[in-house]
Design a protein around this ligand. Structure first.
Ligand code: GLN
Length: 197
C-alpha cells in the first residue's frame, strides 16, 4: 500500500444504492472514506465513487440536493470520479431514453439495462489488462454497457463480443459491473492510484 493510498480522502455518494460496500472496501485499503449527501461534503474529499443502485433515484436526489453543479466543478478541476453501474449511468454524458438528471461528466454513451431480462444478473471473469493478468470477477446486476466512447476515452475491458464494460477518461472511470460486491480489491486500488491534486 502506498502513502498516496493511505492518505486518500474518498467520498462515496450516499443518496441510494450500495454505498456502504464501497466505503468498506475503501477503508480496508486504508483510505479515509466518507459519505457524500450534500454539496458541501464534496469539499472534504479528493476523489468520489458513485455506487450502483437505481440511476433514476440517484439522479433525482442529486439534482434536488444541489450536488450536480458542484460535482461538475470538482470533476472539471481534476477530481477523480468513478461510477459503478448506476453510477456509470449518472456520470455519462449521454444516456438514451433516460429523461432524468445526470451529472454529464464523461464523454461516453451508456445504455441502461443493456443485457435484457434473460440476463439481469450474472457473474463473469473479465480480462482487465490494467489490473494484471488474473481475471477480475465481474458482477453484473441489471447492468448498463458503454456503447460509444469519445476521443479521449479508453476502453479498459470488453466482453468477447466487443461490448465495452469499463472505461477511463483522464481521471474519470466507469464500470458496468460491481467491484464492491467482490473480495477482489484491485479495481478500488486502481482508482486510489489515479493522481489527485
Ligand atoms: N439498472 C439500474 C439503473 O438503470 C442500474 C443497476 C445497478 O446499479 N446495479 O439504474
Amino acid at each position: 500500500m502506498t502513502a498516496r493510498t493511505t492518505k486518500a480522502r474518498v467520498g462515496v455518494l450516499a443518496l441510494q444504492g450500495d454505498f456502504r460496500e464501497h466505503l468498506e472496501v475503501l477503508r480496508a485499503l486504508g483510505a479515509t472514506g466518507s459519505l457524500v449527501r450534500r454539496p458541501e461534503h464534496l469539499d472534504l474529499i479528493d476523489a468520489l465513487v458513485i455506487p450502483g443502485g437505481e440511476s433514476t433515484t440517484i439522479g433525482k436526489l442529486a439534482f434536488q440536493y444541489g450536488i450536480i453543479p458542484k460535482l461538475r466543478e470538482r470533476a472539471a478541476s481534476g477530481m477523480p470520479v468513478w461510477g459503478t453501474c448506476a453510477g456509470a449511468i449518472f456520470i455519462a454524458r449521454r444516456v438514451p431514453g433516460h429523461p432524468h438528471p445526470i451529472a454529464d461528466l464523461m464523454d461516453v454513451t451508456v445504455v441502461r439495462n443493456a443485457f435484457g431480462r434473460q440476463q439481469e444478473s450474472f457473474e463473469l471473469d473479465l480480462a482487465i489488462p490494467s489490473l494484471g493478468a488474473v481475471p477480475f470477477p465481474g458482477v453484473f446486476i441489471r447492468s448498463p454497457t458503454i456503447t460509444a466512447l469519445g476521443p479521449n476515452v479508453v476502453a479498459m475491458s470488453s466482453l468477447p463480443d466487443g461490448t465495452v464494460i469499463a472505461a477511463r477518461e483522464g481521471r474519470l472511470l466507469a464500470t458496468s459491473f460491481h467491484p464492491e460486491l467482490t473480495r477482489d480489491l484491485r479495481f478500488h486500488e486502481y482508482f486510489l492510484g489515479i493522481p489527485r491534486d
